[in-house]
Design a protein around this ligand. Structure first.
Ligand SMILES: Cc1ncc(C[n+]2csc(CCOP(=O)(O)OP(=O)(O)O)c2C)c(N)n1
Length: 632
């Protein structure tokens, strides 16, 4: 033991094969080393600390039993893949986790042959695993397919669709359910309740309690005996045959397994390896395991910014309130005088700033789980009944609910308000999380109003105004803190489609949302270059200001648009279409925004520079444009 603890094991692990010869004690030591490495790294880079600390043993046991990359492991969401990365040849790059040019915080096909499927959004692993299983069999190959999915991700509709199909096809595949009772917040829903019932470990008490309640619910006389017998049989089945729910769906259930006991995990995975059909292993883990601040507050450490290891406190406290907070505060305030306002989140209560609303109005707040489609459809039901739902979902995750927005909200012109948080560049989470597409995927839908505030103060007024419009409204705003502008207490009404001229000038730069501030900086830089740009805060991408924009465009030699959204089909396209409709063909035209490409993770500012969307690069690009068009 003494010699083992002196010699570090982690540096000797270059591939999962290196695990195979380790003793139980060495595997335990390795778990401790991995935990220390993850804590140390994430304290500097930020990242999904609690989720990763919870799956150290689970990951080691998987790689100990199975033979990756021949056996294929798919990580649902993928945010829990740090141990996997550390033991699949990426230790030397690990300090650059989530940094510009460094490792992605999620599985990444380009990084390693052990990453066999990219994830980032929840509830996709089971469907992908089934696809892989069918492909394997058709090609007459022989390997194991393992999908690791959290109980939070099992609240997503896509996971149920997969279970439904898996139970029908009965392909050989292994589902590892990482059950920790948490999504980002405590997990929600009836299935979550069922899973916790399975691990509650008090079968006798439960039989007694439930038997009593069954008996109580039966009228003294009249109820046929057979019904009583059925109820009791059902009760006994549930209690003594755990996982009967999965079994009856055609998926063998194994568990609950102690998710931090390497022995139990290895034994369970060995059993699963030999099973000829679909099998689910229910592993019970603790989020944040091994780091006290994360164990105590797994929610805060789900995705942590850099922190001090001793205290667990964040290193850089944000000075200005975040957009999410301003949004949540505004809804909470408005809801005090309007009891018809309700708020819905898809498993992101804190992230969307709705925690204040939730505290004040528990009966008007709904965390529906990772179920964006349901969230929108549910809101439509509320809205058609005269209530005023706000659905707060990150831009990237709302992509899931495109059809519900179209079919259930826009076609019926229902006044549902969508708060699209994390719209634009999100930084360290990388390609799956960029809020790039919302303008383009919403702009062509009927009846919807699209707006984006130029700063956090305007967000407040937009939330207030959205409730007055009586149509579907989507307000997009970025991740992180605002500009620190004074936030007015009184709400102001913004008429639909009214843009704001911020600065006069010879030619025209129209900005949407948070890029308004950048536009002002660009214009000011260019003043010294003999380029005079009027700056307009568009406020709306739909409807556009059909008066101010054409009037100013007619007077300009060139029109620029600026947005932190994908250019194809985005805000700039909308302006161009407006000018075309009004037959304004004279000004030259150039849109700046996000490319429809994959760009690396990193700090938001670094990505802006990389994409040429920082003030300096934009000023240069505009100057070059003037030169090319002989406008100087
Ligand atoms: C479609 C979608 N919606 C929301 C999220 C944000 N999100 C990331 S992880 C997570 C919780 C996942 O919980 P679980 O699967 O139980 O994993 P744990 O972190 O508890 O290990 C959520 C809601 C997401 N990744 N994808």
């Amino acid at each position: 033991m003494m010699t083992m603890s002196l010699k570090k094991i982690l540096p000797t692990i270059n591939s999962p094969q290196d695990l195979k010869g380790l003793s139980a004690a060495e595997l335990d030591q390795l778990s401790a080393e991995i935990r220390a490495k993850i804590i140390e790294t994430v304290s500097k880079t930020g990242g999904h600390l609690a989720s990763n600390l919870g799956v150290v043993e689970l990951t080691l046991a998987l790689h100990y039993v199975f033979n990756s990359p021949k056996d294929k492991i798919i990580w649902d969401v993928g945010h829990q893949c740090y141990t996997h990365k550390l033991i699949t040849g990426r230790q030397k790059d690990f300090s650059r986790l989530r940094q510009f040019g460094g490792l992605l915080g999620y599985p990444c096909l380009e990084e390693s042959e052990h990453d066999i499927y990219n994830t980032g959004h929840a509830s996709t692993a089971l469907s992908a695993a089934l696809g892989l299983a069918i492909a394997r069999d058709r090609k007459k190959e022989d390997y194991n397919i393992i999908a690791v999915v959290g109980d939070g991700s099992l609240t997503g509709g896509a996971a149920y669709e997969a279970i439904n199909h898996i139970g029908e096809l009965r392909e050989r595949l292994i589902i590892v359910l990482n059950y920790n009772e948490m999504s980002i917040s405590p997990n929600v829903g009836a299935l979550s309740r069922y899973l916790s019932y399975l691990v509650s470990g008090q079968p006798y008490l439960r039989v007694k309690d439930q038997a009593k309640s069954v008996l109580r619910s039966i009228p003294k006389i009249g109820r046929p005996l057979i019904q009583i017998a059925r109820a009791l049989e059902d009760l006994i089945k549930k209690t003594f045959f755990p996982g009967i729910f999965f079994k009856e769906l055609g998926i063998r259930y194994l568990g609950p397994i102690h998710g931090h006991s390497l022995n139990s995990l290895i034994e369970a995975f060995e059993n699963a390896r030999r099973y000829p059909g679909p099998i689910l292993i229910h592993c019970v883990t603790q989020k944040g395991k091994g780091y006290r601040p994360a164990q105590i507050n797994p929610k805060r450490f789900h995705s942590a910014s850099p922190f001090d290891i001793t205290t667990g406190q964040p290193i850089n406290k944000e000075n200005n309130p975040s957009y999410s907070r301003i949004f949540g505060q505004a809804v909470a305030e408005l809801a005090r005088s309007d009891k018809d306002i309700l708020a819905i989140t898809a498993a992101m209560t804190d992230g969307t700033g709705l925690n204040k609303f939730a505290e004040e109005n528990p009966d008007r707040f709904f965390d529906v789980g990772i179920a964006e489609q349901h969230a929108v459809n549910f809101a439509a039901g509320l809205a058609i009944s005269g209530l005023k739902p706000v659905v707060a979902i990150y831009s990237t995750f709302l992509q899931r609910a495109y059809d519900q927005i179209f079919h259930d909200v826009c076609l019926m012109d229902l006044p549902v308000i969508f708060a699209l948080d994390r719209a634009g560049i999100v930084g360290e989470d990388g390609p799956t999380h960029q809020g790039a597409n919302d303008i383009a995927y919403l702009r062509h839908l009927p009846n919807i109003i699209l707006m984006a505030p130029g700063d956090e103060n305007e967000l407040r007024h937009m939330v207030y105004s959205a409730f007055q419009y009586g149509h579907p409204v989507a307000i997009r705003f970025p991740k992180g803190s605002g500009f620190g502008v004074p936030v007015q207490k009184d709400f102001q009404f913004i008429p639909v489609g009214q843009a704001e001229l911020l600065k006069p000038g010879q030619d025209l730069l129209i900005a949407y949302g948070n890029m308004t501030q950048t536009a002002l900086q660009v214009a000011s830089r260019l003043e010294t270059e003999r380029i005079s740009l009027a700056v307009v805060n568009a406020r709306f991408a739909k409807p556009l200001d059909e008066k101010l924009i054409p009037e100013m465009a007619k007077k300009s030699r060139v029109v620029f648009t600026l947005e932190e959204g994908v250019v194809e089909g985005g805000f700039g396209s909308a302006v161009r279409e407006l000018l075309d409709r009004q037959e304004i063909y004279n000004p030259a035209f150039r849109s700046f925004g996000l490319p429809a490409k994959i760009y690396p993770p990193g700090k938001t500012e670094e990505i802006r520079q990389f994409l040429g969307l920082d003030p300096e690069s934009l000023a240069k690009a505009i100057k070059d444009f003037y030169q090319k068009e002989n406008l100087l």
